[in-house]
Ligand binder design. Sequence first.
Ligand SMILES: [Zn+2]
Length: 186
Amino acid sequence: MSRRKFLTGVLGLSVAPLISPKVRLAAAAIEAPSIVAIQARWRDFLAASAVVASDAAPRNRTPEEWRSKLPREAFDVLFEEDTERPFSSALNDEKRPGIFMCRACSLPLFSTEMKYDSGTGWPSFFTNIPGHLGTKSDFGLIWPRTEYHCLKCGGHQGHIFKDGPALTGERWCNNGLALHFIPFEA
Ligand SMILES: [Zn+2]
């Protein structure tokens, strides 16, 4: 037996049972639909009595109109791209089933199932309700970041980072001031 055949034989015996393609495919098949399922069932977290925007069709208001409808600090985050202090939002610890909607226009953005504790001091999510958030590159700091905002009103929500948990690897780092939480059961 040649050295090459011998090594292949040894590797085949010792490695194949642990990471066979069949096992890899099965793992991928479990992972891929689960994130889609989490996104698809966000309405399961929406209380029957909740009043939210029904779609992401743009709702154009001038900044002055939004200013008159929002607390000053919420307006500054949403329409001046301000950032709240870490650990300052009560939503950081919010774990009840429910929906996090845009504080300005009431468009649902995240379900509790999408939230996790990142330890950063800002409400953090590993994915979002599809079609309700838009992104753009933000060069406000030295390094470029990805900003995201509500598609209905244009209000700034936060930034996306690549250090999130499994499934997506994404951390949608949100300002609590830009959100309003609706518990599934009041
Ligand atoms: Zn909005």
